[in-house]
Design a protein around this ligand. Structure first.
Ligand code: BES
Ligand code: MN
Ligand code: ZN
Length: 499
């Protein structure tokens, strides 16, 4: 989507659709709506009354202007009640209105979504995020693609003194939304395309374009480093594993060194503990954490944050075969701990264990975060609307939750309850990869991984319920959601002291 800023005034913008906002409790027409309504001889207020437009989030009313305004149509988007106002209200209003504009056949739109208490920069950023994410489509494999698409968006900022802020917000929104769309594309692509080698190639493109550091470790390199847990998962597949290590270093001194790890199982069949058909069908999305990391690294060079960031993806398939890992096998992870394989379908924690151990030993970060479609149990606990957050450090947990809130991604913290570690005991190894006790599966997976963090502050995001959606959401269609990308960007921006 082509973006530009316009300060010429709302009655002057030329576009197929002019998008304006309204809260449920805006007493009368806002000044912007009143000015437009006057030009239209009161048509807008009449239509809103007739359609019982209340200003709820997601609601959109529209009129054709029949030449009485430079814009061909006016769309009014609900911003919800003022007490709930914030960037997310702007995103959702922008998304709903951009979808409506597109479906009406508009190719260009101009938007001014003045929500209570949202300053110009945040407003511009949220407007772009909402419009781009809301109209996202994954149609590359369709012969008949919809001809309706919104090609350009003008962010209107009538306040002249807010022009620079709006420009910055618009560009940030563009970067954040593009990073999210990259993650969505990677998740939506099938597993016969997105292999570990494919992820490594995409990492290479991103590294080249952004002048980032990149190291890709092959199977033998990983074995030499002692990553027996990761290599064990990979041994059942014909697709060679790729351990991807991206590095972003700021120009000046870094305020912090952060590691971000994404689970990168390009297809999870379960291995010899094979999943039933229903449970296996969607398992191309088991690399959603990796997709979020790649999205993040596409954005980082454009944002120039003063933080050193390392991205790790232990990419592999989890397949059954004559060479596959067996239930009951024992492997040794990079930190020396031995693991008995209680279930080959608990493979994510094995790959993440070695990624965490590698990070602690080779990178020595101040903080580590991982994103993983890790457990069915988190879907039982929190459903499809919330990601689970686990952390060994309360400050880190607070910053992650704050970033998620700012990004509009819903997350909820769960405890790393020490007593459940008992269930991970093995008779012949230091740990079993599954618990002998029932319940609390998402917590148990977190406790397992904690043993590989080398005691460094660590947060784990279980995105099994939120990485993929079976129904349309306010900010996107069915399919990959790109969850985590914007939370990570908000998190790192806040560390850098700018958002
Ligand atoms: N990738 C799955 C988790 C998953 C389940 C993601 C549903 C998305 C939707 C993970 O590798 C897995 O298979 N976990 C098992 C662990 C069990 C064997 C301890 C699970 O949750 O059933
Ligand atoms: Mn699995
Ligand atoms: Zn998995």
């Amino acid at each position: 989507m082509k973006l530009s800023l316009d300060t010429s005034g709302l009655t002057e913008v030329r576009a197929d659709a002019l998008i304006l906002g309204r809260h449920t409790d805006d007493a009368k027409l806002t000044p912007a709506l009143a000015a437009v309504d006057k030009k239209l001889g009161g048509l807008l207020s009449k239509v809103m009354a007739a359609e019982k437009f209340e200003g709820k989030i997601g609601q959109v009313s529209h009129v054709h202007t029949d030449g009485r305004l430079r814009a061909a149509r006016v769309l009014v988007a609900g911003l919800g009640p003022k007490k709930d106002s914030g960037a997310e209200a702007v995103r959702r209003a922008a998304s709903a209105a951009a979808r409506r504009a597109r479906d009406l056949g508009a190719r260009s739109a101009a938007a001014y979504l003045a929500a209570e208490g949202v300053p110009a920069r945040a407003r511009a950023q949220a407007t772009v995020e909402g419009a781009v994410l809301g109209t996202y489509r994954f149609d590359k494999y369709l012969k008949e693609k919809s001809p309706k698409r919104l090609d350009s968006l003008v962010v209107s900022e009538p306040e002249r003194r807010s022009q620079a802020a709006a420009e910055n917000g618009m560009r940030a929104g563009e970067t954040w939304a593009a990073a999210t769309c990259l993650a969505r594309d990677l998740v939506n692509e099938p597993a016969n395309v997105v292999t570990p080698a494919y992820l490594a190639r995409r990492a290479q493109e991103i590294a080249r374009a952004g002048r980032l550091g990149l190291k890709v470790l092959e199977r033998a390199d990983c074995a030499r480093l002692g990553m027996g847990a990761y290599v064990g998962v990979a041994q059942g597949s014909h697709e060679p594993p790729k351990f991807i290590h991206l590095t972003y270093k700021p120009k000046g001194r870094a305020r912090k060194r952060v590691v971000v790890i994404g689970k990168g199982i390009t297809f999870d069949s379960g291995g010899l503990d094979l999943k039933p058909a229903d449970g296996m069908y969607r398992m191309k999305d088991d690399m959603s954490g990796a997709a979020a990391v790649l999205g993040l690294f596409q954005a980082l060079p454009k944002l120039a944050l003063p933080v050193e960031v390392h991205g790790l993806i232990a990419a592999t398939e989890n397949m059954p075969s004559g060479t596959a890992q067996r239930p009951g096998d024992v492997v040794r992870a990079m930190n020396g701990l031995t693991i008995e394989i209680g279930n080959t379908d608990a493979e994510g924690r094995l790959t993440l264990a070695d990624a965490l151990a590698y990070a602690a030993k080779e990178i020595k970060p101040d903080e580590m975060l991982d994103l993983a479609t890790l457990t069915g149990a988190i879907v039982i606990a929190l459903g499809m609307g919330l990601s689970g957050v686990f952390a060994t450090d309360d400050g880190l947990a607070g910053r992650v939750l704050g970033a998620a809130e700012a990004a509009g991604e819903k997350m909820w913290r769960l405890p790393l309850h020490d007593e459940y570690k008992e269930g991970l005991k093995s008779d012949i190894a230091d740990l079993n990869n599954i618990s002998s006790q029932r319940g609390g599966g998402a917590i148990v997976a977190g406790l397992f991984m904690r043993d590989f963090t080398g005691g460094r502050p660590w947060a784990h995001l279980d995105i099994a319920g939120t990485a993929f959606t079976e129904r349309e959401l306010p900010l996107g269609p069915k399919g990959g959601t790109g969850v985590g990308v914007r939370t990570l960007l908000a998190y790192l921006s806040a560390l850098a002291g700018k958002r």
